[in-house]
Structure formats: C-alpha cells, structure tokens
Ligand binder design. Structure first.
Ligand SMILES: Cc1cc2nc3c(=O)[nH]c(=O)nc-3n(C[C@H](O)[C@H](O)[C@H](O)COP(=O)(O)OP(=O)(O)OC[C@H]3O[C@@H](n4cnc5c(N)ncnc54)[C@H](O)[C@@H]3O)c2cc1C
Ligand SMILES: NC(=O)c1ccc[n+]([C@@H]2O[C@H](COP(=O)([O-])OP(=O)(O)OC[C@H]3O[C@@H](n4cnc5c(N)ncnc54)[C@H](O)[C@@H]3O)[C@@H](O)[C@H]2O)c1
Length: 461
C-alpha cells in the first residue's frame, strides 16, 4: 500500500491542480477512463470544433438575403471527425504519458477509485485492486449523461454526447431527446451537415433555463429549422426494422418518429455515486452533488471536491476556477481562497448562439428585485444592417439607482464573445453608465449592440 500526500480522483479539471508548486509532494492522480476528462475528450472542445465547420456549412446555404450566391455542397464528416480527434486524442495521450512517466513524485493510478475510509482508496482495474492512502483527497470525478426512464431504451441503439461525435457518417434523420445545451448544439451540427432533426423536449421551451424572451426567440428559430416537439416525451422506443442504428419512437402526443440515430440529451448527473462516499462520511445533497463550502472543502477534513461532481453549473470555466482555489488552499491552508459562484456566465454554441450571466427578468420578478431593463436588437445597429439580422438582441438588467448590472442575455451572432464586457462589468462592479460611456466602443463593430443595450437602461441619475 502506497501512502501519498495528495490523491486527486479524476483527470479533467482535477489534473490541472498539480503543477510545479507541488514539487516535493507525493501525489497520486487516479483515472478510470480516458485521460483528460469530459471537456477535452467528449465535451466543450470537440463540440466547438464541430460547431465551427457547421457554422460555415449553415452560412453557405443562407447567404442569398445578402445577395451572395453560395450553397452548401456537402460535408466530409469523416475528415472533419478525424481532424478533430486527430488533434485531441494525441493531447490526451501525451498528458497521460507525462503523468504516468514524466514526474518523479507523481503517480498515475489507473482504475475506478472508491473510498474505504476518509484516507484510504481502493482503485479497481482489470489488473486487480490497488489500495492507496492519502493525507488529502480531491474528488474531481465529474458528471455523466442522465438516461431517462424511457421504455425500450435498453434494447435500442442510442448515443449520448459521449459517443455521438465518433460516428462514421452523418445520419439522414436524427432524433434528439432533450432541449437543453447539448440538444441545441448537436441539432445545429447535424442539421447543418444535412440531417433532418426532430427534437422531443419535455419542457415548453428549448433552453428553458435562459431568460424567457431569449428561450422563446431561440425556440421560434429552432422550430423554423427543426421539427421541435415541445411538452412531449417519448413513451416507447423500439428498433427500426432493417436498420442497425435506427429507432422508432412513440411520443405521448400519439405520433411516431422514425430516425437513423437517437441522441439522448436529457441532462447530466454528478459522479458522486459508486465512490464509496458513505465510507468516508462525505455529505451529498438530494441531487447527488457533493456538498462543499466556499473553499471547496467537503464536510470531512482533508477531502475536497470540485467541478461537475459538486457544482450545479456544469461548466468548464467554473471547474477550472475551483481547481485553482483548491490548489491555493492545499498550498496555503491558513489563508484559504474562495470560489466565485456569483458571476458565472455561460454560452450555448448553437445557431444562433446564446450567452447569459446573472439574473433573468423572471428571476428578478420572482425574487422581488427592483430592476430596469435595457434592450437592443442587432437590427438597430449598423453591424446588424450589414448582416441583415432580424432575430438577434441583447438585453441587460440593472439596479435602477446604482446602475450596477444584475444580468445580461444575448441571442445572436458572436453572443459568447459580445457578453464578455458585461461579465467584466458585473464581476468588477462597474456601473452600466460607466461601462457605456467610460470607454470607446469601436464603430461600427457588433459590440455596439451591447453599448446600445446599456444606454437603453432607464437609470435614475
Ligand atoms: C457535450 C458537452 C459540451 C460541453 N461544452 C461546454 C462548453 O462549451 N463550455 C463549458 O464551459 N462547459 C462545457 N461542458 C461542460 C464541461 O465539459 C464540464 O463542466 C467539465 O468538463 C467538468 O469537469 P470536471 O473536471 O468536473 O469533470 P470531468 O472532466 O468529467 O473529469 C472527471 C474525470 O473523473 C474520472 N472519474 C469519474 N469517476 C471516477 C472514479 N470513481 N475513479 C477514477 N476516476 C473517475 C472520469 O473518467 C473523468 O475523466 C460541456 C459538456 C458536454 C457533455
Ligand atoms: N456550451 C456549453 O457550455 C455546454 C454545452 C453542452 C453541455 N453543457 C453542460 O452539460 C449540461 C448537460 O447538458 P444537457 O443538454 O444534457 O442538459 P440540460 O439540462 O441543458 O437540458 C436537458 C433537457 O432535457 C429535457 N428532458 C429531460 N428529460 C426529458 C425526457 N424524458 N423527455 C424529453 N425531454 C427531457 C429537459 O426539459 C431539458 O430541456 C448542461 O447543463 C451544461 O452545463 C454545456
């Protein structure tokens, strides 16, 4: 049995904790799957590498309103896939190699970790069980796709985001179960490359967690592009005769959908189960998230947690922030840092993009928060005219007296980039009028939509 100063379970954001500041520490990094975790191998990075060519394909087929005659002639899916994973897989492999052999004090222990007690882990692999002990343990085991209880699902071929990017060909018909981030991004990718997409979503809007006006606009655009079934669930799914991958789904509205590929995108759950947390006495909340304080400490001394296993955001920039906090706190136990869970932005890389931070207008109303709203359509700016945009807008919420921003929501081209000055303003506490008038906004850049939304706020001087 080997004793370590530190054991990190999970090589997603967990892997980023251990840098040269831990020289002299004896460290175990434990991983049961592909080195590098979700974002690198099957999440943020490959999805965005598919979205970019999908944007090109989509735009090529939609340039006529600007007087440009281009068309989408087809996508070489296997070439796109192999280019993407030809870049990613070697990064994962070399990261693994470096951890396995490159550092004298760091050991890569490959297998499934389970607590035996707060300082002892059994790591099970095909070659047996290795028991290790550690003074400090970081739980960074991430999350996995939720599989809803759909009758027949166990007996049909289906994909989740874990597997769908590695398929061989663009399916003619794709059925997506779910209407959140994953559904919105993959529907765009597959339909841009030629698939007919049907979305079956339980809630009444796609991207239902967004500001309602944004979710409504996204849903309206999605309906014009895909067959979107709202307030609908699949009641039964079965194999499609004569097809290796196809399914026939019965919906609770009485209709049937046939597809060549079923993508299940119904949310993700924390990988806190199957970790033996009870043996360690680590508390988990009713949704399965490991409970941590602002310093990322669990209720058990010496055990920390970060990322999707313990936060509800399920975003890479949040996991990375938490990893930095844990690194600092392990190295400076008497001067603990805290994570920022207040100003958390997110973006959906679909077409259109959606980006948001802070309160939605509905949140503000429900909580009785006094807010004013500033809104600007892209079509009210010169760059919007250049793009002939008719559907995109930016919306900001602020305290009417201080002018401090409380939320921002953008739907349209480059939303994920346009929101950044608003993230900065919220995070640094810069009032709206100062953001709008305390700097030049390059004319006539797309950012003018943000400037104008800020100027549209009816602030009391
Ligand atoms: C399709 C998709 C697209 C996404 N796009 C974005 C995006 O654009 N922007 C964004 O901010 N976020 C995005 N996310 C979310 C982001 O990927 C996650 O929030 C982030 O990767 C979580 O990091 P983590 O370190 O908590 O977990 P992970 O990266 O999942 O790492 C956990 C690791 O722990 C290992 N593990 C689990 N259990 C055990 C065990 N018992 N023993 C040993 N090892 C174990 C796993 O194998 C895994 O390697 C996306 C997610 C998905 C699925
Ligand atoms: N760009 C990004 O940052 C990005 C991209 C992809 C994923 N992610 C992360 O991964 C998480 C998971 O994404 P997701 O899209 O799987 O989850 P989600 O929570 O965003 O959406 C789940 C959707 O599935 C629907 N649903 C659930 N059960 C259903 C059922 N039985 N029938 C029909 N519809 C059902 C819900 O109504 C909801 O619309 C996200 O919350 C996000 O944090 C982030």
């Amino acid at each position: 049995m080997t004793h370590y100063d530190l054991a990190v379970i999970g090589t997603g954001s967990g892997n980023t904790i251990v840098d040269e500041s831990f020289d002299g520490w004896k460290v175990a990094i434990v991983e049961k799957g592909v080195f590098g975790g979700t974002c690198l191998n099957r999440g943020c990075i490959p999805t965005k590498m598919f979205v970019y060519p999908a944007d090109l394909a989509y735009d090529a087929g939609h340039s006529a309103p600007l007087g440009v005659d281009t068309s989408f002639e087809g996508a070489r899916w296997r070439e796109i896939r192999d280019r993407i994973f030809g870049r990613i897989d070697p990064i994962s492999a070399s990261g693994r190699e470096w951890r396995a052999t490159g550092l004298p004090d760091v050991s890569l222990v490959e297998g499934h970790a389970r607590f035996i007690d707060p300082h002892t882990l059994d790591v099970a692999s095909d070659t047996g069980v290795e028991t290790i002990t550690a003074e400090q343990v970081v739980i960074a085991t991430g999350s996995r796709p939720t599989l809803p209880d759909v009758p027949g699902l166990d007996d049909v071929p289906f994909h989740t985001s874990d597997t769908v990017m590695r398929i061989d060909d663009v399916p003619p018909r794709v059925l997506v179960l779910g209407g959140g981030f994953v559904a919105a991004e993959f529907a765009h990718v597959f339909s841009s490359f030629g698939s007919a997409v049907t979305i079956v979503n339980r809630s009444s809007l796609m991207l239902r967690a967004e500001d309602q006006e944004v979710a409504e606009r996204f849903t309206e655009i999605a309906r014009a592009r895909w067959d979107v079934r709202l307030r609908t669930t699949i009641t039964k799914v079965e194999r499609l005769d004569g097809s290796e991958t196809g399914v026939r789904a019965q919906l609770d509205d009485g209709t049937t959908v046939e597809a060549d590929l079923l993508l299940v995108a119904a949310g993700r759950r924390s990988n806190s189960d199957d970790l033996g947390l009870q043996q360690a006495g680590v508390a988990v909340d009713e949704t399965g998230l490991v409970v941590v304080d602002d310093h990322q400490r669990t209720n058990v001394k010496g055990i920390w947690a970060l990322g999707d296993v313990s936060n509800r955001f399920q975003l890479k920039h949040v996991s990375n922030n938490e990893a930095r906090v844990i690194r600092h706190n392990l190295l400076h136990p008497t001067d603990l840092a805290s994570s920022d869970h207040v100003h958390v932005p997110s973006a959906v890389f679909s077409h259109p993009q959606v980006a948001s931070i802070g309160l939605t207008e509905e949140d503000a109303r429900e909580r009785g928060v006094d807010v004013v709203v500033g809104r600007r359509d892209y079509s009210g700016t010169a760059y919007g005219w250049a793009m002939e945009d008719e559907t995109s807008f930016a919306k900001v919420l602020a305290d009417p007296h201080s002018g401090l921003l409380l939320g921002a929501h953008i739907i349209g081209p480059q939303a994920s980039n346009l929101i950044q000055p608003l993230v900065m303003a919220m995070s640094l506490g810069i009032p709206a009028h100062e953001v709008a008038r305390g700097q030049y906004w390059i004319h006539p850049a797309m950012t003018e939509v943000v400037e104008n939304a800020l100027l549209a706020l009816p602030l009391t001087p």
